[in-house]
Design a protein around this ligand. Structure first.
Ligand code: XIL
Length: 380
């Protein structure tokens, strides 16, 4: 009422409320808001973040106070989450059969996303890593499972896991890292390929589609910045689509380095992937290899940034900021197809790249110059 007659006053109140809600970032900004019209801004969270600092043993290298700050940062900055580990086979179904599931941590992950109104991704159903040995073993452990046995286990696993979170987990990494890195073979020589054959990929997508017909089913892989692997992936996805396999999105992990890809190279990567006509998700973003003391002669995108109050920044931070700027310029250029951008961890302290500093926030959850570079790339 009041604001109807005094629109300026209404806007002021809304503005103050927004400011209060984001008080800790009022000076630096909020990633998910800066990119709201472009794509989801997501983060991989670990069990400590999903459950909170109430359970000793899950703290990793964080104190309870630090965990609280990490959680606050996740809620402030991100509108999408991916599970760093807890939905992988060895964690969610460590033992065979219907009794072999451990859904507790996965439930906590999904509940975290639901209660914070986040877009929830599931990662990952079929992978050659973090999969228990029994999955590939025969009845006599000295032998291997038959094709039918392994397909049955795959079916039951996917039906149980996808079925449990039907309608809640919106996107699934159905098959992870199946393309071969080197040589002329299209597919990695994994137990899945050896025991089932190349149609293990078809089956995984069919089972997932059966379990949740509304979920977006993603094929996820790394190293797609290199044109050899990228073209293998394109060939694989084209053949799956020709056979009617329900692959609905391409996940490109994007674990990259400070020195590559350039804006042009990432632009080319995304242009090639777009030929598939599917949404592209940047699924596991981090930028590795920045060492302090390194000098950088490249464009000075990070100087005068908010995080440094216009002061000097070291070479490692500058290189990191420059690489993030290049990547986000490319993501924004391709925003018609790029739907999700997920950082693989919330800050440097919890990153899987121990000792590296590959993310936008430091161990104290303070934004680094790379954060300002990403914010600046949102307004071309
Ligand atoms: C990593 C996690 O970050 C680590 O905590 C874990 O020890 C190993 O896996 N590609 C993927 C992710 O698809 O699941 C991996 O995550 C990183 C590489």
């Amino acid at each position: 009422m009041f604001s109807k007659h005094y629109p300026l006053f209404g806007r002021l109140v809304t503005g103050l409320l927004t400011l209060a809600a984001t008080a800790s970032f009022a000076d630096t900004g909020v990633l998910k808001d800066a990119y709201r019209d472009d794509f989801y801004i997501g983060v991989a969270i670990n069990r400590t973040i999903a459950i909170g600092p109430t359970r000793p043993g899950f703290y990793l290298r964080r104190t309870a106070d630090q965990v609280d700050k990490d959680i606050a940062l996740v809620k402030e900055q991100f509108n999408q989450i991916s599970p760093e580990n807890d939905l992988k086979w060895s964690l969610i179904q460590p033992r065979p059969g219907a009794d072999g599931y451990d859904f507790g941590p996965a439930d906590a992950y999904v509940n975290f996303g639901l209660s914070n109104h986040m877009y929830i991704v599931g990662h990952t159903l079929v992978w050659h890593q973090q999969t228990p040995g029994w999955v590939f073993a025969g009845a006599d452990p000295a032998t291997r499972a038959t094709r039918d046995e392994l397909l049955q286990r795959m079916h039951d696993h996917i039906a149980s896991v996808v079925g449990r979170y039907k309608g809640q987990v919106k996107v699934w990494d159905v098959v992870n890292e199946a393309v071969a890195d080197n040589g002329t073979n299209l597919l990695r020589n994994s137990p899945w390929l050896q025991i089932i054959g190349p149609d293990f990929i078809d089956k995984a997508f069919e089972f997932a589609h059966e379990a949740d017909p509304d979920a977006i089913l993603r094929y996820n892989d790394y190293g797609l910045e290199s044109s050899g692997k990228r073209h293998k992936l394109i060939a694989l996805i084209q053949s799956l689509r020709q056979r009617g396999v329900p692959v609905m999105a391409i996940g490109t992990q994007t674990h990259v380095s400070v020195s590559a890809p350039s804006f042009e190279a990432e632009d080319e990567t995304l242009t090639d992937l777009e030929t598939l006509g599917l949404p592209i998700h940047i699924t596991e973003l981090d930028v590795n290899g920045a060492r302090s003391g390194q000098n950088d002669t490249g464009a000075d995108v990070a100087n005068n940034s908010g995080a440094t109050q216009g002061g000097m920044i070291d070479g490692a931070n500058r290189r990191l900021a420059n690489e993030y700027a290049a990547l986000f310029r490319a993501f924004v250029k391709h925003k018609k197809s790029v739907k999700v951008v997920t950082f693989w961890g919330v800050n440097d302290a919890v990153s899987w790249r121990a000792g590296g500093r590959p993310l936008l926030f430091d161990a104290d959850d303070k934004p680094k110059p790379a954060f300002d570079a990403v914010m600046a790339a949102a307004k071309p």
